[in-house]
Design a protein around this ligand. Structure first.
Ligand SMILES: [Zn+2]
Length: 142
């Protein structure tokens, strides 16, 4: 990201906490980790302190296969932020493990996007140098 882009972006910096540090640390290494309740084994995303099913505060993580299908998407034209290129496609995907994730979509013509298409989670550098999930066509990620 250019200096100009990050100077004028309205994108907030990450707020890293004890509950989500695992997610962003794994992303820096190209891994997608999902939080799992250590008691009832329910997966949850985004990361949170307590399990929504059994209220347990004990958790660990599992590594995702990064395979997913497109549940829904939108193409954003406005307002424009210098940290992104427009029109910007943003997708909601169902991960193979069962949780959902929101991320921008890269490398696919927007006219080709359709519900249920097979995608894969990769990572790209965002406005402040952080690595965040990005959705790409499955099989296109090395
Ligand atoms: Zn639980």
């Amino acid at each position: 990201m250019s200096e100009t882009g990050s100077r004028h972006t309205a994108v907030p910096r990450l707020t890293v906490t004890d509950d989500n540090d695992f997610f962003f640390s794994a992303a820096k290494e190209g891994r997608l980790e999902i939080q799992r309740c250590a008691d009832c084994k329910t997966l949850r995303h985004p990361p949170a302190p307590a399990c929504p099913e059994c209220r347990s505060f004990s958790w660990d993580t599992v590594e995702s296969t990064r395979r997913c299908t497109l549940h829904s998407f939108t193409v954003i034209h406005h307002p424009k932020d210098p940290a992104f290129e427009y029109p910007l496609a943003v997708g909601l995907v169902d991960l193979e493990e069962g949780t959902r994730l929101v991320a921008d979509i890269a490398g696919i013509d927007h006219e080709e996007l359709e519900f249920g298409m097979e995608l894969e989670v990769a990572f790209s550098e965002h406005a402040h140098g952080e690595m965040l999930p990005q959705l790409r066509r499955r099989g296109s990620v090395q």
